[in-house]
Design a protein around this ligand. Structure first.
Ligand code: SRM
Ligand code: SF4
Length: 565
């Protein structure tokens, strides 16, 4: 029998001496602003990506110059929580060491820097380290930043859920010392012969990226079903007793390749809180051993589960965990949006959620978001919580400090009174000019697109209807567009695929309605659908549910079967 050829990344990982490769040498080279092709794959495990400004590509080419390389770095911040001191340092780094001068909040509760020249990488990582922040395993074929519902209202339950998110994040970190050696100048501690370096991952790590989230119902702002592994908190009053474990979610697809599909996580059953790590390790190691290492397009956990079958996968997880799943407990899954403005927590502290359009914190002539956040961080006594909707919560504010914080937010344009219910739930990915995979605009165009949606909703008498609208520049799905009631996925400059029929709470995927259409066609279609909804919707029926009931699209029940069917 002929042996199957592994994906090239598998050889790179195996030969990298636990993620070292020749990164150190590449960093020292002043001949180019880039890393070697092999190292470009390995640096992802250290939290950053090589990019170039796509707006400038042609101009540089015409001048016979190499592309203007720079780096995007993503931090690892479990549950998205950071202190005011950390924020001030993060802000200073953006100003001093990046060309973009901005902080980008992501759809997974952390922040990114864009436009870091190679020469600044090491200083930047050292500066983060001084603030107990890092970027190890923020990207790459490992367990990445673990999300946790920021839920400041129920402070005790949040603390218990956050405890598990942080433990999952810490316990499943790679053990290699490559990051400390290369970036923090720590002595080389291990040799490539040492097989105990990575007790969980082994020398080739996972077949692909792996994502986890902890949700505290009814809030589903972390979009728990879109993760490889999700933990849905089950509480008795304010005490966390365990989780419903869901696994096999993921968004990434490739246009025109019907072997790929988005999928929502399947429900495996209830586990006690103290068994959380055992089950997480069991799911992750089954994926490590059973996942596809030949074709990276088919290597996420969702395909492993569908290929081997739910029951076989579940039995293997139970065998490795040494425990069986109990039947899932009943939970109510609700809104995926953040609650803007002030809310009061049970601990008598106040929490202010600010809408950050596209997650981009930057000073512009119309709003000085970066300066405003800095001013708040200078006086704030609580913490900051980044949300999975690219927003930020100023959490734990004493009543006496509310007025001054609100004033700072208002003066700097961080407070938006006029937010529509749909815009408040909308997200878009980064896309152009930094993302090398973007086929169309997203972050830069989305605010304007949402203006049109707001107008259409108002014109059709639907001003008070919240609709989950998401846009990405390509089908990799970084803003989770396949779980949106209106999903727009870039196909070419100015053209998108329109997906409809996901439900409001994120427990059903959407489906392709129209392909490769421009703004005018999108708006014409939505105008007709909004008018039909206005006339025919049932009481409390969401827009996505309406699209399925009236057969605008059919429901996706089993993604492998229905998404392209
Ligand atoms: Fe993503 C790749 C940005 C969340 C699915 N994602 C990329 C890259 C790194 C492009 C690349 O590979 O060179 C993008 C960098 C753009 C830039 O210039 O910053 C990128 N992804 C983002 C962020 C920043 C989008 C945002 O606007 O916030 C999000 C960072 C999250 C974080 O902090 O870790 C981001 N990416 C997601 C999500 C949403 C989620 O995880 O909840 C998904 C869909 C869920 C999933 O994983 O299936 C997602 N990104 C992808 C994929 C497709 C993976 C797949 O299974 O096919 C890629 C491409 C790949 O891995 O090959 C990708
Ligand atoms: Fe880039 Fe595509 Fe992700 Fe958008 S969805 S950030 S275009 S990879």
């Amino acid at each position: 029998m002929s042996e199957k050829k592994l994906a090239i990344n598998e050889y790179l990982k195996a030969d990298s001496d636990y993620l070292r490769g020749t990164i150190k040498q590449g960093l020292a080279s002043q001949l180019t602003g880039a890393f070697s092709d092999a190292d470009q794959q390995l640096i992802k495990f250290h939290g950053f990506y090589q990019q170039d400004d796509r707006d400038l590509r042609q101009e540089r080419k015409a001048q016979k110059l190499e592309p203007l390389y720079s780096f995007m770095l993503r931090a690892r911040v479990a549950g998205g929580i950071c202190s005011p001191e950390q924020w001030l340092a993060v802000d200073k780094i953006a100003s001093d060491l990046t060309e973009s001068g901005s902080i980008r909040l992501t759809t997974r509760q952390t922040f990114q820097y864009h436009g870091i020249p190679k020469r600044n990488l090491k200083t930047l990582i050292k500066d983060l380290d001084r603030q107990a922040l890092d970027s190890i395993a923020a990207c790459g074929d490992v367990n990445r930043n673990v999300m946790c519902n920021p839920n400041p209202q129920q402070s005790s339950l949040h603390q218990q859920a956050y405890y598990w998110a942080k433990r999952l994040s810490d316990e499943l970190l790679p053990h290699t010392k490559a990051y400390a050696e290369i970036w923090l100048d720590q002595d080389m501690l291990v040799s490539s012969e040492d097989t105990t370096v990575e007790p969980v991952y082994g020398s080739t790590y996972l077949p692909r990226k792996f994502k986890m989230a902890v949700a505290v119902p009814p809030d589903n702002d972390v979009d728990v079903y879109t993760n490889d592994l999700g933990f849905i908190a089950v509480a008795d009053n304010d005490k966390l007793i365990g989780f419903n474990l869901v696994a096999g979610g993921g968004m990434g697809t490739t246009h025109g390749d019907n072997r790929t599909y988005p999928r929502l996580a399947s429900d495996f059953g209830f586990i006690n809180a103290e068994d959380t790590l055992d089950f997480a390790k069991a799911v992750m190691t089954v994926q490590r051993d059973w996942g596809n290492r030949e074709d990276r397009k088919l290597s996420r956990l969702k395909y492993t589960i569908d290929k081997h079958g739910f029951e076989a996968f579940k039995a293997e997880v139970e065998r490795r965990a040494g425990k069986a799943f109990a039947p899932s407990r009943q939970v109510i899954i609700g809104d995926r949006g953040d609650r803007y403005g002030w809310v009061q927590g049970l601990d008598d502290k106040w929490h202010l959620t600010l809408f950050i359009e596209g997650g981009r914190i930057i000073d512009t002539p119309s709003a000085r978001l970066m300066t405003g956040m800095r001013a708040i961080a200078t006086i704030h006594q609580g913490d900051f919580r980044m949300t999975a909707n690219q927003n930020i919560i100023i959490a734990g504010v004493a009543r006496k400090d509310k007025a001054v914080i609100e004033q700072l937010a208002r003066v700097h344009g961080l407070w938006r009174d006029e937010l529509s219910l749909s815009r408040a739930r909308s997200i878009s990915c980064v896309a152009l000019p930094t993302c090398p995979l973007a086929m169309a605009e997203a972050e830069r165009y989305f605010p304007e697109f949402m203006d049109r949606i707001d107008e259409l909703q108002l014109a059709n008498g639907l001003g008070q209807l919240p609709i989950v609208v998401r846009m990405t520049g390509c089908p990799n799905g970084c803003a989770r567009p396949f779980a949106a009631e209106i999903g727009l996925v870039g196909k070419a400059p100015g053209r998108y695929n329109l997906y409809l029929g996901a439900n409001f709470t994120g427990t059903r995927l959407n489906k392709l309605h129209q392909e490769n259409i421009d703004e005018a066609q999108i708006l014409a279609t939505l105008n007709d659908l909004f008018a039909a909804y206005r006339s025919n919707a049932e009481t409390n029926e969401g827009f996505g549910d309406f699209c399925v009931r009236t057969q605008v699209v059919s429901a996706v029940v089993d993604a492998a079967r229905d998404f392209h069917g």
